[in-house]
Design a protein around this ligand. Structure first.
Ligand code: PLP
Length: 384
């Protein structure tokens, strides 16, 4: 274990030296099939030619320019992103937590300006994950992550996903926004029910409560639609993205619709590195590939194939969840030792939620043959 980093991660005993496509290579040259994508970041795999070309071209021109000036690379990315997202405007930052901070600020100011004081509560779901800063942690509906870090930002309330009665009583006159993941990633790939999202959209529209989706893990095509919430036929007032948006460079985005796009004004928000040209160039390259109907339906098809192959591993796998290339498998044994054995056998996966859940977030460029290759490794590890 390294003695130089704060001990915040349970790091596995492997050091990667390079990557290509869906594979990573460690310092000894051993190859690993990547079913984790750096937790949904390397959505186009490793060293995708379009990303290499975009990064190289931008690096030869300009690394950074302040947001006090115009930047064509950032502007092109913002235009492409808002078009792909079918939203009006975007604030660019560097991470998911920052994108969610921005969403919370939009919600608070929207309500304050329109309705005055006392309508600042943001409702989120139990089991949600919205980030590690104090405010996004305050928004996160998981007690175990709150331990030791209080006091928290006031004005967040948690409800049970799927509980429409609780939704109705909680969305009262003190609430400015409902903020949720259509598919909760960190808590074990938990999709919300269609009835719950439909009821949420209806109540929010009626009471002018902002409907905000955190699509940082489940969005950007991962479920086979550009956004996971689109499967439910609803529209968002604010959506956040990060992780895979620049294929491995740090970027976050808070996207605002018609109602919310002009809430933040000059001096209300900022980020030194936000809209960084290197990240923006890579973001455009990612969107050139992902914002394409055939590519998105390819993700859905590969996801269906992956899911069906996981189902075939029952009863060693007790339950399978997810959609597209965000999938989870509950095991009848602890997941962490399985993850370690998968690593020994050249497969990278993730855990999530409870102690017996494995999560898979493979790159979108995964092939059915590579899905077979990885699930053969999983099968042999589960048998041993
Ligand atoms: C749904 C969701 N929201 C927010 C975050 C926080 O993103 P970041 O780690 O980039 O701050 C994550 C990270 O896992 C996430 O999965």
């Amino acid at each position: 274990m390294s003695d130089v980093f704060m001990n915040t991660y349970h790091r596995l005993p492997v050091t990667f030296a390079s990557g290509g496509g869906c594979y990573l290579f460690d310092v000894n040259g051993k190859r690993y099939l990547d079913f984790s994508s750096g937790i949904a970041v390397n959505c186009l795999g490793h060293r995708h030619p379009a990303l290499l070309a975009a990064l190289d071209a931008q690096a030869k021109k300009l690394f950074h320019v302040s947001n006090y000036y115009q930047c064509d690379t950032a502007e092109a990315f913002a235009r492409k992103l808002t078009a792909a997202a079918r939203m009006k405007k975007v604030f660019l930052c560097n991470s998911g937590a920052e994108a969610n901070e921005c969403a919370c600020k939009i919600a608070r100011k929207y309500s304050l300006v329109k309705y005055g004081e006392g309508r600042h509560t943001i409702v989120t779901l139990k089991g949600s994950f919205h980030g590690r800063t104090i405010t996004t942690l305050s928004a996160t509906g998981q007690d175990r992550l709150h331990k030791d870090f209080g006091p928290f930002t006031a004005g967040f309330r948690f409800i049970e996903g799927g509980n429409i009665e609780e939704l109705k009583t909680t969305l009262d006159s003190s609430v400015c926004a409902l903020f949720m993941e259509a598919v909760q990633g960190e808590s074990g790939v938990i999709p919300q029910s269609a009835e719950f999202i439909a009821a949420a959209a209806e109540i929010c529209a009626k009471k002018d409560i902002l409907l905000m989706f955190d699509e940082i893990q489940c969005g950007l095509g991962r479920t086979g639609n550009f956004f996971a919430f689109e499967h439910y036929g609803v529209k968002a007032d604010v959506v956040t993205l990060a992780k895979g948006l620049a294929g491995g460079l740090p970027v976050g985005a808070a996207l605002a619709g018609e109602k919310t796009c002009d809430v933040l004004g000059v001096g209300d928000h900022g980020s030194t590195f936000g809209a960084n040209p290197l990240a923006a160039a890579c973001g455009t390259a990612v969107l050139d590939v992902v914002d394409n109907a055939a590519f998105l339906s390819g993700i859905a098809e590969k996801g269906a194939y992956f899911k069906q192959k996981l189902e075939a591993l029952k009863p060693k796998i007790t339950a399978v969840r997810g959609r597209g290339l965000i999938l989870a498998a509950d095991l009848n044994v602890d997941a962490w030792p399985v993850l370690e054995k998968l690593l020994d056998n050249g497969l990278l996966a993730l855990t999530a939620g409870g102690p017996r859940t494995l999560r898979f977030l493979p790159p979108y460029i995964i092939s059915n043959d590579q899905i077979d290759e990885g699930l053969d490794i999983l099968n042999s590890v589960l048998k041993s």
